[in-house]
Write a protein that binds this ligand. Structure first.
Ligand code: NAD
Length: 488
């Protein structure tokens, strides 16, 4: 891996502390960082290099997945860090930043490979990228790359505008849009599951699959994020990005080769085939919910509207379920159901594939129909793959009962999403970053839903905190003769 400079905007922020420094540290220990590197942290605070380095040590000790932190390795690691106080809205302030970057490049004798990471509020994305260009920070003899956090726009138009602005300073191949769900090992594993296993590959189509269910449930409420969330809702916070990315990864077809370009082309084809919704029909396919008060782990929690910072009459969706059709020859007629919510009963991200059972009638003499085969991909917090199959139970008069073949990946010492993603970005592999066309197509699909929500064309169902969401979400599947599997 080539030596480089990593310029982190938002170096004193929450994400940097909780995710980025621990990820860099773990990459360093695993020898997945370049042999020589320079990291320049940028923030508003007036910190010295020493204060900055002390904050890195603290964040790694607090948040790293590795509990053992050796002092000597830690010293070597933080030696690479320098701090530069910059008001990113002031173009002049980028001049000393450029000097600092160059000074370190010269001292370490490293090429002008520069990685810029925007871990700041989205209102700064444009100004920073434009100042990188005008200051000359982005004019290098080596490569330059931009890693950008979510949210990428607030609707289709703002996303397009943001992309235009970024494109003035960076080429598409240089932009790495983080969707941290794409960094989750089991989401990355979907590709191998589908394409490295002929058994599954043969079944991965509408001849054998009855429906696909993608759920991302959170037990937490809005927490301290009301300022952002009350304007965003689950539809922007989860559906437009993470849920649709998981849908693309699940539904993509065999690429020619396993390369970033080919995989992203397959994902794009899926998104292009997703049937657009008309505003007037959104209510038939999309369920909108908001959590009310309820009991969670024997504790009473308040409803969304009573949360600090939330408008008392807020109509914001904290739950969305949707039926999605992919109109291509592989998936025609197979509903994909997506569902995400806050204050749900279980913190769990899962993809469940329900298979058809054409021979169901053979077992008509049994009181109950055999259960369907289910392939269950657990993404978070546990990681694993399980297959539910039918088997005769000799202890129960040979009755056919479902049993589960279960592979659970150990959760210990598995690299975190940010580690996998940063490692890929450092070596220039953009497979698990969202391409602009994926982002744009996703916003296009979501746009009529945003309008229908805004115009109240879709009822807002209240669901008790600690439940599986509103009844209307059960009804969505029942109408097609299905049910959500694995709800406790
Ligand atoms: P934060 O508010 O904790 O940190 C913001 C950082 O921006 C600070 O370092 C601050 O110094 C810097 N900053 C603000 N104004 C500045 C200015 N004018 N000039 C220079 N620096 C300035 O935010 P965060 O939680 O770390 O989030 C950063 C980004 O990551 C956001 O885009 C957020 O949406 C995204 N994100 C955060 C999380 C998370 O878990 N915190 C998760 C996913 C995505």
């Amino acid at each position: 891996m080539e030596s480089m400079t990593f310029v982190l905007f938002g170096a004193t922020g929450d994400l940097a502390k909780r995710k980025i420094y621990p990820a860099l540290y773990n990459l360093y220990l695993d020898k997945k960082m370049p042999s020589t590197f320079s990291i320049i942290g940028v923030g508003r605070r007036d910190w010295s290099d020493e204060e900055f380095q002390a904050s890195i040590v603290k964040s790694v000790r607090t948040f790293s997945r590795r509990t053992q932190v050796e002092s000597q390795q830690m010293d070597e690691f933080v030696e690479a860090f320098r701090y530069c106080a910059v008001d990113v809205t002031n173009p002049q302030a980028f001049i000393p930043l450029l000097e600092r970057v160059k000074e370190r490049e010269a001292a370490l004798q490293i090429p002008e490979n520069r990685m810029f990471y925007l871990s700041v509020a989205p209102e700064f994305f444009e100004v920073i990228s434009s100042n990188i260009k005008t200051s000359g920070l982005g004019t290098t003899n080596g490569w330059k790359r931009l890693i950008i956090e979510k949210p990428f726009g607030n609707d289709l138009k703002s996303a397009q505008l943001l992309n235009e602005k970024l494109s003035a300073a960076f080429e598409e191949e240089e932009i790495y849009r983080i969707d941290h769900y794409l960094g989750k090992p089991m989401v990355q594993n979907l590709e191998a599951l589908e394409f490295a296993n002929p058994v599954f590959q043969a079944l991965w189509n509408n001849q054998y699959i009855a429906n696909v269910q993608i759920t991302a449930g959170e037990t937490v409420g809005v927490e301290e994020r009301a300022g952002y969330y009350d304007h965003a809702g689950a539809i922007r916070d989860m559906v437009q990005n993470h849920m649709l990315q998981m849908l693309m990864m699940t539904a993509m077809h065999v690429p020619k080769r396993i390369t970033a370009n080919d995989i992203r082309a397959q994902k794009r084809q899926v998104m292009e085939a997703v049937r657009p919704l008309q505003k007037e029909e959104v209510s038939q396919h999309v369920v909108r919910g908001q959590y009310g008060a309820g009991e969670m782990l024997d504790k009473h929690v308040v409803g969304y509207r009573a949360e600090p910072g939330v408008q008392p009459q807020s109509m914001t969706d904290t739950f969305v379920a949707a039926r999605v059709w992919i109109d291509d020859p592989y998936w025609k007629g197979v509903p994909f159901y997506i569902r995400t919510g806050k204050r749900m009963k279980e913190k769990s991200t899962k993809i469940v594939i329900e298979f058809k059972n054409p021979l169901e009638q053979l077992y008509h003499h049994q009181q109950e129909k055999p259960a369907p085969n289910l392939l269950i991909i657990s993404v978070n917090p546990d990681e694993g793959i399980a297959l539910q199959v039918n088997s005769k139970n000799p202890s129960n008069s040979g009755k056919i009962e479902p049993v589960t073949v279960d592979f659970s990946a150990g959760t210990k010492d598995v690299p975190e999403a940010y580690e996998l993603l940063l490692f890929d970005a450092l070596r220039g592999d953009s497979t698990y970053f969202a391409h602009w066309t994926e982002v744009e197509l996703s916003w296009m699909w979501v746009e009529p839903i945003l309008e229908a929500f805004r115009e109240n064309l879709v009822p807002l169902h209240t669901y008790p905190a600690g439940s599986n969401g509103p009844d209307a979400s059960e009804e969505l599947l029942r109408a097609d003769g299905f049910q959500w599997w694995l709800d406790k």
